[in-house]
Design a protein around this ligand. Sequence first.
Ligand code: GDP
Ligand code: IMO
Ligand code: MG
Length: 427
Amino acid sequence: MGTIVVVGTQWGDEGKGKITDILAEKASMVVRFQGGNNAGHTIVIDDQTYKLHLIPSGVFNPGTMCIIGNGLVIDPEVLINELQALDRQGFDTSGIKISDRAHVIMPYHRRLDGLEEEKRQLKIGTTKRGIGPAYFDKISRTGIRMGEMVNPEEFADRLASLLESKNEIFEKIYNVEPMDFKEIYEEYSEYASLLKDKITDTSLIINNAIEQGEPVLFEGAQGVMLDIDHGTYPFVTSSNPTAGAVCIGAGIGPGQIDKVLGVVKAYTTRVGEGPFPTELFGELADSLREAGGEYGTTTGRPRRIGWLDAVVLRHARRLNALTHIVITKLDVLSGLPRVKICTGYKMEGNVIEEWPASLGVLQKCEPIYEEMEGWSQDLSKIDRYEDFPPQALAYVKRIQELVQVPVSIVSVGPGRHQTKILEEMSY
Ligand code: GDP
Ligand code: IMO
Ligand code: MG
C-alpha cells in the first residue's frame, strides 16, 4: 500500500473533487494540504450535489478519515458551517482532524483581500476569501495558527498586538474604520470551542498511517497554473497547488509520495484574470460553458473557456512528476464537429513548447492548433469505454501522446457511475 496525490493540471476546477471521492473509497485517509476556501469541490452522489471548500472530498466514504493539513489557511466560520451541513445530511464528521499548525483566516484578512484588490491596477480577480492576506501573514510571521486560536490567553495576546498593526493599515492607508478587538475575540472564541477537539498534530497521524502501510490519498486544490511559483504570476493564488507542496503542507517526506495523478479537464477553464492563450469567445465559449456548467463553485462567476492546451499539460507533468492522468468532462465536447488541441505557441517566428515565465512573451504567443474530428454521441450514456466513438477514443489517445503520461481514468459526467477506469489505481 502507498500514497496517491491528486492535483489539478490547469487553472483549477478540473474535477479533482469528483476524482478524490472515487479514489477515497479505497483510502484509509484523505488529506488536504494547501489552499483554503477559495477551493470549491463539487461531488455528485445519487443525484445529490455537495459542495466542499475545506473538508476533503473523502468525507462521503464511511470509514475514510479526513484531515485538514498544516498547509491550509482556514476560515473557521466556513469550516463550522461545512461540518454542520454535512452532519445534517447524515455524514459522519466526528473523525475529521485539523492541524494545529494551519493558519487562521481572520476577518481582517477578508477585508484586506477586498481592499487590496480594489486598489490593484492589475486586478487578479481573487475569491475575496482572505486567502492571500492570510498566507502573507503566515510568511511574515504575523499569523495566528489553529493551535493558538484554541488557547484563550495566547489568542488574546496575539490578536491584540496583530490587530493594532492591521488597524493602522485600515485607518492610515485605506481610510476605513478600525476593527474591534472584543467583537473578533468573542466570535473566534466561539469557533475555538466548537473546533477544539478536532485540532491536533496531523503530521503524526498521517506519518503513522503511512508507516503502517495504509493507503493515503492527498487532495490538491486549485491547479498548477495558479501556483505561486510556477503559475501565471501574479495572476495566481498564494499557495503551491503542485505535488511538492504535499510534503510541506501535510508534514511528510518526499520519499513517501508514490503516485501523482493529474486531473485534466478535456478543455480548459479559468476563473479570474490573467493569461489564457487558448481562450475562446462568442457562441462556442458560451455553449461549452452551458454544457459544462462552468460557473465557479465558490463565487458563482462564469468561467472563461478555451481549447485544451498541451503546453500547460506538459508544464503540469514536469512540475508534478505526474505518473497518471485522469481526463474529465469529455462528455462536454460531444456534438462539436471538430475539436482542437494546442500543441505549442508561435512567437515572433519561433515555436515555443514550454510555458514562458514572462507575461510580455505570453501576450505575443499565438496557439498552434491540431484539429481533430469531433463526435456526436452522448458519452455520458455509453456504458463501456471500448464502445465510445472512435473520434473520442482518438482524442484521449492524442492527449496521452502529447503529455506522455498514461490515462488511467476517463470521466464523462459528474456522477460516480459516469467514470471509466482504464487502469486500476492501486495504492
Ligand atoms: P474541482 O475544483 O477540481 O474539484 O472541480 P469543481 O468541482 O469546481 O468543478 C468541476 C465541475 O464539473 C463540478 O460541477 C463537477 O460536478 C463536474 N464534473 C466533474 N467531472 C465531470 C464530467 O466528467 N463530466 C461533467 N459533465 N461534469 C463533471
Ligand atoms: P479549486 O480547488 C479555480 C483563482 C481565483 C483567482 C486566483 C486568486 O476549486 O480548483 P485567491 O482567492 O486564491 O487569492 O484567488 O485564483 N482560484 C481558483 N480558480 N478553482 C479554484 O480552486 C481556485 N482557487 C482560486 O479565481 O483568479
Ligand atoms: Mg473548483
